[in-house]
Design a protein around this ligand. Structure first.
Ligand SMILES: *[C@@H]1O[C@H](CO)[C@@H](O)[C@H](O)[C@H]1NC(C)=O
Ligand SMILES: *[C@@H]1O[C@H](CO)[C@@H](O)[C@H](O)[C@H]1NC(C)=O
Ligand SMILES: *[C@@H]1O[C@H](CO)[C@@H](O)[C@H](O)[C@H]1NC(C)=O
Ligand SMILES: *[C@@H]1O[C@H](CO)[C@@H](O)[C@H](O)[C@H]1NC(C)=O
Ligand SMILES: *[C@@H]1O[C@H](CO)[C@@H](O)[C@H](O)[C@H]1NC(C)=O
Ligand SMILES: *[C@@H]1O[C@H](CO)[C@@H](O)[C@H](O)[C@H]1NC(C)=O
Ligand SMILES: *[C@@H]1O[C@H](CO)[C@@H](O)[C@H](O)[C@H]1NC(C)=O
Ligand SMILES: *[C@@H]1O[C@H](CO)[C@@H](O)[C@H](O)[C@H]1NC(C)=O
Ligand SMILES: *[C@@H]1O[C@H](CO)[C@@H](O)[C@H](O)[C@H]1NC(C)=O
Ligand SMILES: *[C@@H]1O[C@H](CO)[C@@H](O)[C@H](O)[C@H]1NC(C)=O
Length: 473
């Protein structure tokens, strides 16, 4: 029999003797029921002037709670409080806490149950993060989709050439050398109705455990526009008329998404085109018969030659007149130079030379969607123009195709961008809103009806919910 004093001391030691595990600075640890379940260790927070602690829950249905203190003398922090104890709020599976940990601190978990989770500490930017930037849908067909990550690396800075040695990029651009990706990226596709986003934690570790859907065949960096390098994926083997949710996981800890999109109806007759070095922003469905030799989609090698040569020749002629007449001694505007003009013209030319197919949502036959505006919920149809089978294509180098489809018109802003970037000399004119611009362009989506920038009905050409109102590039 132990003397009472010694017994009490031993008891206190046992209570305080919950095993302790230091959290390594600037790294992620993963824990689950196998690591002790409800007897999880008490975590020691490393000393640092300011520290960000992030938590990611990796399985659905968790009610785990996390308590933190920077007082190392007061025992384990818990739901019963204590000196400087705070609870790290967990929102959609993500917890983040920044504080002063001059002498380090302690972190404890409660109600862990069968939950798997990650804890990370960082004295720089948080290691776990739900990124503000979303993935981007290129376009879908009934069974395929082109998806882009958020911009992950800045593009090359434009060479600003000066008089008299004014060199512009060649009309037949070659694709710039892709940089090496720092870290890794992966795409996760889910069927929205089978796994609604509200039903699981929005964390990278949760999503990496999902079975991949479809077949992601292509995966490479692409410089789509001024926003920088994005990773591009082609997913094939998708189901028609089906809602999908896409996420991009960066370095296994950062999450971008969700992006929603719907695949087209089973008889959608158009084909995807992508990876055109001379039309870098083109990645959508066009009215062409299926590509030759069992190719999945069109690229610079499989496109009919007369389409390619017509685009490149038009752009080459434009570039010649631009450099001959307009790129004089100095820039013709303090903000825009000849390379801006050529770039915007290229984008416009590609948008009008490669007609885009679209489809209204199967759920909403008028292509109607809801956005919140000052007048509340409003329905805004996309700029779709029905085409009958064998209709004479708008772009003369395109063949007539047997199916009926809807053209998705280019956004008028793609045209006005050329007008703004190019010298008057060039005499590039866009149709005015009052006089029939709507016959060739989607009008009033991004810019307002009177041309006020950003004052349109949607403010954007497409959104994260799968709405695409007009062809933005
Ligand atoms: C602990 O946190 C409190 C409140 O944030 C702060 O005032 C205090 O300086 C911190 N203590 C140490 C040692 O960092
Ligand atoms: C003109 O500029 C190009 C590209 O910047 C350069 O390669 C070329 O040598 C220059 N030519 C002259 C004559 O300076
Ligand atoms: C991803 O990891 C690589 C190296 O592992 C690092 O260079 C890069 O900055 C990380 N990216 C992000 C967004 O954390
Ligand atoms: C995925 O695509 C590749 C290349 O097209 C093909 O070889 C492979 O069999 C496909 N896998 C599945 C499961 O469809
Ligand atoms: C797609 O999702 C939307 C919104 O969640 C829903 O209203 C619609 O019924 C779904 N469509 C299909 C084809 O599943
Ligand atoms: C991606 O990076 C993470 C962390 O650096 C690593 O654990 C994971 O295995 C990598 N995944 C692939 C597919 O390389
Ligand atoms: C454009 O360049 C590519 C590769 O550099 C070449 O194969 C192709 O024939 C060129 N196209 C035209 C129309 O000049
Ligand atoms: C480009 O200019 C050449 C020579 O002037 C002309 O033959 C050709 O038809 C022009 N190309 C286009 C697409 O207008
Ligand atoms: C869109 O707006 C219409 C009219 O206000 C409404 O009846 C409909 O339920 C809305 N649809 C969605 C998906 O919010
Ligand atoms: C381009 O080629 C396709 C088939 O190869 C043909 O149907 C179309 O008429 C051609 N267009 C022009 C302008 O030659």
């Amino acid at each position: 029999m132990l003397p009472e004093g010694l017994f009490l001391l031993l008891n206190a030691l046992l209570a305080a003797g919950q095993s302790r595990q230091p959290l390594p600075l600037n790294s992620v640890i993963s824990l689950g029921p196998q690591d002790g379940g409800s007897n999880l260790p008490l975590f020691e927070v490393p000393p640092a002037a300011t520290l960000t602690i992030t938590i990611a829950i990796c399985a659905p249905g968790s009610s785990a709670r996390f308590f933190i203190t920077n007082n190392t003398a007061g025992g384990a922090p818990s739901s019963s409080g204590g000196p400087n104890v705070a609870e790290i709020p967990i929102i959609q599976g993500n917890g983040i806490w920044s504080g002063l940990f001059g002498d380090g601190g302690l972190l404890a978990a409660e109600n862990i149950g069968q939950t798997t989770f990650e804890i990370a500490t960082s004295d720089q930017e948080p290691l776990h993060e739900v990124l503000d930037a979303f993935p981007l849908l290129g376009d879908s067909t009934s069974s395929q989709a082109i998806l882009f990550s958020h911009p992950i690396l800045p593009g090359p800075t434009d060479l600003v050439s000066t008089y008299p040695n004014y060199t512009l990029p060649a009309a037949n651009l070659s694709a710039p050398q892709a940089p090496t990706l720092p870290g890794n990226l992966s795409l996760v596709l889910l069927q929205t109705t089978l796994t609604p986003p509200g039903s699981f934690p929005q964390t990278a570790c949760m999503l990496s455990s999902q079975q991949p859907l479809g077949n992601t065949t292509d995966n490479s960096l692409w410089l789509k526009g001024l926003e920088g390098w994005r990773n591009e994926w082609l997913s094939v083997g998708l189901e028609a008329n089906t809602n999908y949710t896409a996420y991009v996981i960066q370095n296994a800890t950062k999450l971008s998404g969700p992006l929603f999109f719907v695949t087209k109806s089973p008889d959608f007759p158009c084909q995807l085109v992508h990876s055109l070095p001379y039309c870098p922003s083109t990645a959508y469905s066009v009215p062409l018969p299926p590509p030759p030799d069992g190719a999945l989609l069109y690229d610079a090698l499989t496109l009919p030659e007369n389409i390619t040569t017509s685009v490149i020749s038009t752009l080459a002629n434009f570039t010649i007149s631009l450099t001959t007449f307009a790129c004089g001694r100095d820039w013709y505007s303090p903000l825009m130079g000849c390379s801006d003009c050529q770039r915007e013209y290229r984008k416009w030319l590609c948008a009008v030379s490669f007609p885009r197919c679209g489809e209204s949502s199967a759920e909403d036959p008028n292509g109607v969607t809801n956005t919140s505006t000052s007048s509340g919920q409003q329905t805004i149809p996309s700029a779709l123009v029905p085409q009958t089978p064998f209709a004479v294509p708008r772009s003369p180098s395109f063949p007539a195709i047997p199916g009926s489809y809807n053209l998705l018109l280019p956004c008028l802003e793609v045209c006005t961008a050329v007008d703004r970037a190019c010298p008057n000399f060039i005499q590039f004119r866009c149709p005015t809103r009052k006089f029939n611009a709507g016959a060739s362009y989607g009008v009033g989506y991004v810019d307002g009806a009177d041309g006020e920038e950003g004052g349109g009905a949607t403010g954007v050409t497409q959104d994260q919910w799968g709405n695409i109102w007009c062809n933005g590039a």
